[in-house]
Design a protein around this ligand. Sequence first.
Ligand code: FES
Ligand code: FE2
Length: 319
Amino acid sequence: MTRRIDLPPYPRGWFAVSASTELARSEVQHHHYFGQELVLFRTEDGTAALFDAHCPHLGAHFGHGGRVEGNDLVCPFHGWSFGVDGACRSMPYGKRIPKTAQARRWPLREKYGVILAWHCPKGSEPDWEMPEFDDSNWTACISKRWEIAGHPQEVCENQADYGHFIFVHGTHFPRATAEPMIEGPVLQVDIESDPEAIEEKYRVDGPELVGSNCGHGPGLTFATIVPKDSGLTALQRLYATPIDEERLALLGVVSVGKLDHDDATQQYLDGLSQAVFAQWEADVPLWETKVYRPTPALNDAEGSVAVFRRWYEQFYVDD
Ligand code: FES
Ligand SMILES: [Fe+2]
């Protein structure tokens, strides 16, 4: 049977595993990403850590009854405790900690409201970092999550697919205002609305937009798109993390640059986040049912899709 999306299921890079606000201090959570059982916890001092879910001792699932004590994760089966580096730090009985009592720890970062795990099919350590975004002029983030059928490349490719903006989102056809900026895991394309780029009968009303569409690694697509000459700033991030070979966790995060008055800022943030969430939701039925065309019939206005795909190839490594 032909697979709907015939791409390697798990690219190499950073992927969101939780919004920061979803994980409290001393909380232990059970997750399933990359086809694997995982446990995510936060210590009393606030550090987040991600382990393989099964204890290196006799294989209990940390996510079913495991608890945080101080800054350690304690296994529910025999009470051995593990530090955030995965090493067993104490056992309630016995004199010598076995060298192999080491939980598999995933590289983790917490950046601007999101907890990110590094996944490499070959097990290599991170060799690049995700952007910070932090700026005192930005609001706190509003986030929403979805679970869909799909692949992260298909979600991220959306930013480069200008032809669907009108038909799926009702926004103007865009054009790039500069050559794409590609630096390793980063792709940035500055765009603005170009209403006349499409036949008149398809043109839409609404403000012309300007900003950047960006990819940072295989699991984050983000945009800084705002109405032209509005003076507004906004950051719309969509993180896509494979759950298994068919399913995808999406985490949408919106924040805006603060305005002069708190009320106006809140109103802008609330309105924009609802609008952006609705726009992503409009893409979901397409992502859930489309097939992946490895050699698509692109026309001359769609070079951005080819650029995107060439850039994204770097995230596939041999298993
Ligand atoms: S299985 Fe975890 S301490 Fe024994
Ligand atoms: Fe879209």
